[in-house]
Design a protein around this ligand. Structure first.
Ligand SMILES: C[S@@+](CC[C@H](N)C(=O)[O-])C[C@H]1O[C@@H](n2cnc3c(N)ncnc32)[C@H](O)[C@@H]1O
Length: 247
């Protein structure tokens, strides 16, 4: 059973991506700097001066699509890919209609009806979504000025399969915007496919032959399970630039 196909996770991610701060976190003492993660993975990592005005972007593990819509502010077209058909279907509804109803769990079976809305200023017409496997992407996917993959790597059974494809997906001079909370779990990734030591060093050794590191940043984020229970995590955020000429 893929948990990302469940109604509970769909509702949780609609709130995570589109919830207003007061809808997500009613507690004044809560960690407000951890809100808005799918917006920040784009805004804090993108290298604007190096982004062409006609940029094309790929958002891998896009879930319900908020970062894909943010990327559309900087490009002519964005493709969001996720393995979960129910996430991709919801993202497509949001692209088409601009909004979608869902329920937020408050506690137990107490729920509140909410509406996820794509902000008016974002170009929904530039974004499309498709179901796909980041470890086995279709061969005609092409290459991109920006590839964004937020919190995907440690949800893959074999992350190396994606990492090895990245140099083909990012154009020379293009940007790779990566985040990972380094939460390696057997339920997603067999132990033998985890990094041996630190995820940062593992990624650096694998990406350095093809990419230059431009930025690293610690990025807190908050996923609400119910009104009194949250997952607070700190993702490692990295921006890499594809080398123009490889040695
Ligand atoms: C932790 S969530 C992160 C979602 C989103 N990028 C974010 O930051 O909120 C992981 C996402 O990766 C997706 N995913 C898991 N395995 C995948 C695969 N093999 N190919 C593409 N997406 C996958 C899940 O469906 C889920 O949407």
């Amino acid at each position: 059973m893929n948990i990302y196909e469940t109604r509970r996770l769909l509702d949780e991610y609609l709130l995570f991506h589109y919830g207003q701060p007061s809808e997500v976190l009613p507690w004044e003492s809560g960690p407000r700097e951890a809100l808005g993660f799918p917006v920040r993975t784009v805004m804090e990592l993108i290298d604007l001066p190096r982004t062409p005005c006609e940029a094309v972007a790929l958002d891998l593990g896009c879930a319900v699509g908020r970062s894909s819509f943010e990327l559309a502010n900087f490009g002519v077209s964005v493709l969001g890919i996720d393995y979960s058909q129910s996430f991709v279907d919801a993202a497509a509804v949001l692209a088409r209609e601009g909004s979608m109803s869902y329920e937020r769990v408050d506690e137990g079976s107490a729920k509140t009806a909410l509406v996820a809305r794509v902000p008016e200023n974002l170009r929904r017409d530039r974004v499309r979504f498709e179901q796909g496997d980041a470890m086995n992407l279709r061969s005609d996917l092409g290459d991109y000025d920006i590839v964004h993959a937020a919190n995907l790597l440690c949800r893959l059974t074999d992350p190396l399969k994606l990492i090895e494809r990245l140099p083909q997906l990012v154009r020379p001079g293009g940007q790779l915007l990566l985040t990972t909370p380094c939460t390696w779990l057997e339920e997603f990734t067999p132990h033998g496919n985890w990094p041996q030591g630190s995820t940062r060093e593992w990624l650096t050794s694998l990406l350095e032959p093809h990419f230059d590191l431009g930025k690293t940043v610690d990025m807190p984020f908050l996923i609400r399970e119910h009104a009194r229970k949250y997952q607070w995590s700190v993702a490692l955020g990295m921006r890499w630039r594809r080398k123009v000429e490889e040695v």
